[in-house]
Design a protein around this ligand. Structure first.
Ligand code: SF4
Length: 265
């Protein structure tokens, strides 16, 4: 009750001036009943609080893009702040979880300059999300890629091998993990030996296996099963088509080749 009174008092005193910070996605199904605070739906509270805000900061991948609650089949109808609020500037600070230094950096920018930082096409501040993880990854200097989970476990972390073949989504993920890092600069997931999951990109949870390399088809089992149930002649045709699909997928989704990695400074 005290927290709600403080929020309402702040909204009244600083009407039109305050920065609204939202954490979490917003359930919309059945009137938003799947998430409530003090008896009110989050949907209702967001719409009310947004009216008097100068701008909104959507903290975390849930608030920015819907996150895991938004993942298929999304039983609560969870959506991002930007799916509901259309008439206010929104700064997305995704990450699952978001990096604390990035959060404070964005808030400090607004408090210092009174302006919204320059954003990319997904509403993320370019100063933190302008480069991909891969652009800044120290493993990009490695000329050796780990090629199987056992190799990764045994050698890749110690040797600093690139984790691309083990499913690292660093080439298609934009965030500051490789520069700011975590725990006051101690480390980040790739430095600890695990590929990037792509958590600061929209719909990362539905984007296929975390352990499938970007150059491979998302579901190789599906291709194999389709060929098995078809007749011999059809099977040959399907197999040929699948090889073409795989080749196309490799071309379309492989943003970096080993040669590219070796060129990295
Ligand atoms: S693909 Fe390799 S170099 Fe790129 S981010 Fe992943 S581990 Fe780093």
């Amino acid at each position: 009750m005290a927290a709600e009174e403080a929020r309402e008092a702040a909204m009244k005193e600083f009407d039109g001036q305050y920065l609204l910070i939202v954490d979490g996605s917003i359930p919309t199904k059945d009137g938003g009943v799947y998430s409530t605070i003090a008896g009110r739906t989050n949907l209702d509270m967001l719409q009310e609080a947004a009216k008097g805000a100068a701008a909104i900061v959507a903290i975390g991948s849930c608030a920015a893009f819907g996150g895991i609650p938004h993942a298929n089949p999304n039983p609560t109808g969870a959506v991002a702040v930007s799916d509901i609020i259309k008439d206010k500037p929104i700064i997305n600070v995704p990450g699952c979880p978001p990096i604390p230094v990035v959060i404070t950096g964005v808030l400090t920018h607004y408090l210092t300059f009174g302006t919204i930082p320059e954003l990319d096409d997904k509403g993320r501040p370019l100063s933190f999300y302008g480069d991909s993880i891969h652009d800044r990854c120290y493993r990009g200097r490695s000329t050796t890629r780990a090629s199987s989970p056992s190799v990764s476990t045994m050698k890749a972390p110690a040797n600093g091998w690139c984790l691309f073949e083990l499913g690292c989504k660093g080439p298609t993920t934009h965030n500051a993990c490789a520069t700011v890092k975590w725990n006051q600069g101690v480390s980040f997931p790739i430095e600890s030996g695990h590929g990037c999951l792509g958590c600061s990109e929209p719909d990362f949870w539905d984007a296929g296996s975390f352990y499938t390399a970007l150059s491979m088809p998302a579901d190789p089992v599906k291709y194999t099963a389709a060929a098995a149930v078809a007749g011999a002649a059809i099977g040959v045709a399907v197999s040929y088509a699948n090889r073409s699909k795989k080749a196309a997928a490799k071309t379309a989704h492989q943003p970096a080749t080993l040669a590219d990695l070796e060129k990295k400074p």
